[in-house]
Design a protein around this ligand. Sequence first.
Ligand SMILES: [Zn+2]
Length: 180
Amino acid sequence: MPFTPFHMGPGLLWKGLQPAGLSLITFGLAQVLIDLEPLYVLKTGKDFLGVPGHLHGISHTLLGATVIGVLAGAFGRPLTHLGLRLLGQSQFIPVRWNVIWWSAFFGTYSHLLLDAVMHRDVEPFVPISRWNPFVGLVDVGTLHWFCIITALAGMLLYVGRWMIRTALPRAKVGETRPLL
Ligand SMILES: [Zn+2]
C-alpha cells in the first residue's frame, strides 16, 4: 500500500470533476479487494502464491489488477445501487456499465501504479517479468501528498457543485447523475 484509504485520492478527484462519471463505491471496493492479499500476508506471512514475506504478490500485478477489476465491477454495481437506494437517490439507478467498469479498472490500475512507485516488491508484469520500472519515480512523501491533495480537491469540487445545485435548485431539474 500506501495505507488503503490514501488510494481514494485519484477517485475522489475524478468524482469531483465528473460526478456522473465514477461510482465511488466501485472504486472503493477495488481498493479494498486489491489490498486483501497484503492483509492476508500480514496475517499468515505468505502471499496468495505461498511466497513467504511477499507483501505485494499476484494481486499487485497487471494480471491480478485486471481480475480484481472484473470482480469490483461485478459486485460494485449492485452495491452502488444499494447505496443509492439507501440514500434515497433511486432516480440515478441504473448506473451505466461503462461508468462501473471505468470505476473498477481506474481503481485497480491507479492502485497498482501508486504501489509500484512506493514498493520495491511490487512486480507489475509478473508472470512475464519481475521488473518494476516505477519504483522510486517519486519519493514517498510526494506520493502521499499527491493522494491527500487529490482527495481534498475532489471533495471540495464535489461539495462546491452540491452547494451550487442547492442554491440553484431549479437550474438542474431533470439532471441524472449518480451520487456514489
Ligand atoms: Zn496495495
